[in-house]
Design a protein around this ligand. Structure first.
Ligand code: ARG
Ligand code: ZN
Length: 875
């Protein structure tokens, strides 16, 4: 069933107040709900509509009486009401322990937790469960005190006490009206790390992080991150914490990363808990970013929320943009502009690896979709990451100050409301006196636009004429407004000053491309320049540059924009890998082009580079991104090419890799600091190349680092290098890692993922699938735990295309999707997406992919989540 954006209707009846009472019991929880209802004067007349999902309705009363003519189905109650106000009393029974979908109220390791976004609240009680139904909540929790000593919900604690039979209760009141997707409760045996701080207006607030007692010592980094996020939002956007207390709770079973429930964020424990011994530098960075992301939602999402789920990017694109800016500022404070550039590179890597393929496949959608079957399938890289790029373009076009003015106006106009993306863009436009009508097309355009450039230098006139052209699939007549940052490089590698219409800028200039094709003429250009296009990745487009090897090598060595310098290296690598893959597919011998080897060698030898940037510049593009750039996609040939290149570069520069690895050693205690993080990343990359090349000195260095590691980044970096090689130490290192962390379920996820993602460097070794099957039966694996599924099956389906794509792999996929579908549709649908791009593969693979998709499509009891993915793939 398809839901359409165009069909939006305001609610006929709104809820002003909700009074909830939970008698918590894992097998049978009784939920009593009292709704205070008001007829909506701004909507056409209609019945009260309540939605439900897997609920047992015990009783329903309107104004104290059972309604005579309620229309009741499994998922919907409709009642015609007289007058302008009414009270509904609803009693519902649910079974949290049976809720393996982890949506609504469920149990995890002996506690109760909730996840309501997007449509989980209707799995708790009957309700107009949509984001424009904003109400004030009072919540009473009642449970056995010994098993559930901690009882939490949104807002302020207004009462608590003992009850008969060893039970106790707590009552919470949230002063802010909110949509039901922001409701949360927790009842569990937890310990707390707390801190008091004073906000910018001088109010004292209580910050709490709740976890199982054993994990309490792992909450320090998250607490520091929260305090930094609160300060940053005050300084950058003038936004203050509006609550007396702000709580975060860790849970082991969770479908996504984390959830911004008002005043009670719930986090997947992998995105909250860290110690140097259990978390990598990347984990530290993710935790800081996600803690900030959920905190930032308190304004962008909670105070101002979405009118309907088609507007999801209103809060997600904007909040991802805010967390990206936060992380960039945090990194820059300690690591300078180079650290900021590395963050930008990271973000673009994610966009290219996840969003570009999505936008070129059957799930392609605009950042504001026009329709969906299952909203949970639209928490996508497009809505989040491309959505953030669209917001970033607004800031680029309006400037930081202009963007801030727009944000101020947005909150002044819409605080407490459920609004649309148009409202957001209108605030940006009005605050800056600028017409952004054309810019709005970004919200309705699916697919990645392509940008091409051609330049002409006139030596006599000393002019450089640049023509830019844009193209979007299927929308030729409606040009987008694309901010394009450009620079021109002189022969010495320096930026030339840029003069346009008499005005000169020192290095980079922003051009606004708002037509299909447009031309600019730079004057006073004293020499033939090299173009540096789309600096800082100023728009989420594919730039088709047709540069020769020499130009790429030149920009790789000199581009004054660090992002573009990295990008030039990526382009040269991509060209090289894809050329090798074509040779591999055709059965030709593989030989790395010498021009590339020389450029790579020069980059490796550049001692002036900051280590974090150096590691980014020397790392090959991601396999999923490369697969997307290959027609037809041939994962085996691509894998052969990647292995050849890693081996070849590892061997040719073995002495340099080893030297550099040694130079990267970090002395002293672990610090999460950009300098140290960069050194570890570069040191680990050196090990990767050395081990891929089969260098004995590399194996020895990796083994040494693994044994002596002072933190998880070093330990996992060394283990990863050994596993991604034919090192004889491979299996013993994996066993040692397992023995060391046998009882640490979060760390074991890394162990599962590493093995599922392993390449086969020894052609005589068994396919990775055999190991994945063994690991499915490992006592630490649980198909009910999303992190385990993402690590093992995601590590294989998503992160290991070279091994996965085979008839056996595809048959295994079908079997696993059917099994997961019965446990957890959201998790199953995420894994199901691994085959959606099947039409772009080689004919032989298409056949087994299609068979696997058809097997799943024909299976019984298919959830709407999985049905939408396989249905769209096969359509
Ligand atoms: N709003 C959450 C976040 O970005 C994501 C929750 C999505 N959950 C879901 N089941 N679709 O921060
Ligand atoms: Zn979010």
């Amino acid at each position: 069933q398809t839901i359409r954006r165009a069909d939006y209707q305001p609610l006929a009846w709104t809820v002003t107040d909700v009074d909830l009472h939970f008698a918590l019991d894992p097998a049978a929880t009784l939920v009593r709900s009292r709704l205070t209802l008001k007829r909506n004067p701004r909507a056409p007349a209609g019945p009260l509509v309540l939605l439900g999902d897997e609920l047992e309705l015990v009783s329903l009363q309107i104004d104290g009486r059972t309604p005579a003519a309620a229309r009741i189905t499994d998922t919907r109650i409709e009642v015609d009401l007289d007058g302008d106000t009414a009270t509904a009393d609803i009693v519902t029974r649910i079974a949290p322990a049976k809720n393996t979908a982890l949506s609504g109220l469920y149990t995890s390791r002996g506690g109760f937790f909730t996840q309501c976004e997007a449509e989980g609240f209707r799995r708790i009680t009957w309700f107009p469960d949509r984001p424009d139904a904003m109400a004030r909540y009072t919540v009473t929790l009642e449970a056995d005190k010994a098993s559930y000593p901690v009882l939490l919900s949104n807002g302020n604690l207004v009462g608590h006490g003992e009850l008969a039979d060893g039970r106790h209760f707590a009552r919470w009141q949230d002063p802010f009206p909110k949509p039901s997707y922001l409701f949360a409760l927790v009842a569990a045996d937890l310990a707390v790390n707390e801190r008091r701080i004073t906000t910018m207006s001088g109010r004292e607030v209580l910050l709490q992080i709740w976890t199982e007692t054993a994990a309490l010592e792992r909450t320090g980094h998250a607490m520091e991150s929260l305090v930094r996020a609160i300060r940053w939002d005050e300084e950058r956007f003038g936004l203050e914490l509006d609550l007396e207390r702000f709580m975060i709770v860790a849970v082991s079973d969770f479908n996504m990363g984390a959830m911004e429930n008002k005043g009670l964020n719930i986090f997947n424990s992998k995105l909250l808990l860290a110690t140097p011994d259990t978390a990598t530098d990347v984990d530290y960075e993710s935790i800081e970013a996600v803690v900030a992301h959920e905190y930032f939602h308190n304004w962008t999402g909670n105070r101002v929320t979405c009118r309907d789920w088609f507007q999801l990017t209103l809060k997600e694109g904007l909040t991802v943009f805010r967390d990206q800016e936060f992380t960039a500022d945090m990194l820059a404070a300690e690591g300078g502009d180079s650290a900021r550039a590395v963050k930008r590179i990271d973000d673009v890597r994610v966009l290219r690896a996840a969003q570009f393929p999505e936008d070129a496949g059957p799930m392609a959608h605009p950042i504001r979709p026009d329709s969906y079957q299952e909203i949970n399938n639209f928490y996508t890289a497009t809505v989040y990451e491309k959505g953030a790029e669209v917001i970033r373009m607004l800031q680029t076009l309006l400037g930081r100050d202009g963007f801030r003015k727009g944000m101020d106006l947005y909150f002044a106009r819409h605080d407490g409301q459920a609004v649309t993306c148009d409202d957001f863009v209108a605030a940006m436009a009005d605050a800056n006196g600028r017409d952004l009508t054309q810019f709005l097309r970004w919200y309705s355009r699916p697919g990645t636009p392509r940008l091409s450039a051609s330049g002409r230098y006139d030596a006599a006139a000393q002019t450089y004429t640049l023509t830019l052209a844009q193209r979007s699939a299927g929308a030729a007549d409606e040009a987008l407004l694309i901010p394009v940052a450009v620079g021109l490089l002189g022969a010495d590698g320096r930026d030339l000053p840029l003069t346009l219409a008499g005005a000169t800028a020192p290095g980079t200039r922003l051009l606004e491309l708002d037509a299909a094709e447009q031309t600019w003429t730079f004057t006073g250009v004293a020499e033939r320049p090299v173009l540096s296009l789309l600096r800082g990745f100023s728009a989420p487009v594919i730039a088709d540059l047709d540069e020769d090897d020499a130009t790429l090598a030149f920009r790789m060595a000199h581009d004054g924009d660090p992002f573009n310098r990295w990008d030039a290296a990526q382009r040269f690598m991509e060209r090289t890998v894809l050329g090798l893959a074509a040779d591999a597919a055709a059965g030709r011998p593989l030989a790395t082009p010498e021009a590339f080897v020389a450029a790579f060698g020069a980059l490796l030898a550049d001692d002036a580079l900051d280590p974090a940037f150096h590691a980014q510049a020397l790392a090959l593009p991601g396999e999923s991104y490369l697969l997307e750039r290959m027609t037809p996609a041939d994962p085996a040939a691509l894998r052969t090419a990647l292995m050849h290149l890693l081996r070849d570069l590892g061997k040719r520069f073995a002495a340099d890799w080893l030297d550099r690895h040694l130079d990267c050693r970090v002395a002293g205690d672990y610090r999460y600091h950009p300098r140290d993080v960069g050194l570890r990343a570069l040191g680990n990359l050196c090990l990767r190349y050395l081990c891929a090349a089969g260098e004995l000195a590399g194996f020895a260095a990796a083994e040494r680092q693994f044994a002596q590691a002072g933190n998880m980044s070093e330990r996992l970096g060394a283990l990863g290098a050994l596993v991604h090689s034919a090192a004889p130490q491979r299996d013993s290192a994996l066993a040692a890692f397992h023995a060391h962390y046998a009882t640490d379920t979060l760390v074991l996820d890394k162990w599962f993922a590493l093995q599922a993602g392993a390449w086969r460097w020894d052609p005589a070794a068994a396919p990775t699938l055999a190991r994945v099957r063994q690991l499915l039966a490992h006592p630490a694996f649980a198909a009910t735990n999303p992190n385990k599924v993402y690590a093992l099956l995601g590590g294989y389906f998503r992160a290991n295309p070279g091994e996965f794509h085979s008839p056996d792999g595809h048959a295994f996929w079908a079997e696993q999707i059917v099994a997961l579908n019965a446990i957890n549709p959201q998790v199953a649908a995420r894994m199901a997406r691994a085959l959606e791009r099947w039409r772009s593969f080689t004919p032989a693979l298409q056949a087994s992919m299609r068979r696997a998709l058809e097997t799943v499509a024909a299976s019984e009891g298919l959830s709407p989540d999985v049905a939408e993915i396989v249905g769209k793939a096969l359509a």
